[in-house]
Design a binder for this molecule. Structure first.
Ligand code: PGA
Length: 254
């Protein structure tokens, strides 16, 4: 399985900054993205077309939306549709990111709607799951992962589930590790990823082995290689350390 190295730019970069970083990534990767890597960049909406233009024609580089509203169109002031993301050049989208869950109060129900709608619209979905520090301390890791995965995946029809093979990736991101500089310990990552794989097996059967599980939370160039080498780690979702192309290229090559 190709390792997926994803960049979440969050609310950073105006268009000239995005163009500059995307050009550096495209130029370096055109000379050879390691063939075992797929790089997906999630820029802010206003940068998607800029980044997609820079990436066009380069293998193993894709663009995604950080969010969308689960409807084709309509009176939803301030929202963006999957069709608009696609028109700008995105083929991936995030759902369930902890900042959407915790800052914007998205609950499991809306995340399930977005996941199903995004998949139905032909997007590859990167569904983010992960526990807060309090949930971990209270021994709730497994129940949180179980709830977040099952509420998003169980409502899909059997036919939809059959097609998830190359359509769904999971990002395990412990909330306490996001943007804090505090990385989960290797054993904590191994345990959580094994749990996610098991839960997926219960939800989609054998296909679970084909669904990439990424780790996210304070990934940097100096820890990326070690994390990628852990069992059941099929990629990385990188926030802060993806904002500067040189450092992010090191992570891609880790
Ligand atoms: P971080 O963010 O790498 O800055 O911790 C990861 C994420 O939010 O996806």
């Amino acid at each position: 399985m190709k390792k997926i190295i994803a960049a979440n730019w969050k609310m950073h970069k105006i268009r000239p900054e995005a163009a500059k970083e995307a050009a550096v990534l495209a130029q370096s990767l055109v000379k050879g993205t390691p063939d075992n890597r797929l790089v997906v960049v999630f820029p802010p909406y206003t940068d998607i077309a800029t980044v997609a233009d820079a990436f066009s024609g380069v293998n193993n580089l894709a663009v995604g939306g950080q969010n969308f509203y689960p409807a084709e169109s309509g009176a939803y002031t301030g929202e963006i549709s999957p069709a608009m993301l696609r028109d700008a050049g995105a083929t991936w989208a995030l759902t369930g990111h902890s900042e959407r869950r915790h800052i914007f109060a998205e609950n499991d129900d809306i995340i399930a709607k977005k996941t199903a709608f995004g998949l139905a619209q032909g997007f590859k979905i990167m569904l983010c799951v992960g526990e807060t520090l309090k949930e971990r301390d209270d021994g709730e890791l497994k129940s949180v992962l179980s709830r977040q995965l099952s509420t998003a995946i169980a409502p899909l029809s059997p036919a939809e589930r059959d097609r998830l093979g190359d359509k769904l990736a999971i990002a395990y991101e412990p909330v306490w590790a996001i943007g804090t500089g505090k990385v989960a310990e290797p054993q904590e990552i191994i345990d959580a990823h094994a749990e996610v794989r098991d839960l997926l097996r219960g939800l989609v059967g054998d296909m679970a082995k084909d669904l990439p599980i990424l780790y996210g939370g304070s990934v940097k160039a100096n820890n990326a290689g070690a994390i990628l080498a852990l069992d059941n780690v099929d990629g990385l979702l990188v926030g802060g350390a993806s904002l500067e192309a040189t450092g992010f290229l090191e992570i891609i090559g880790a």
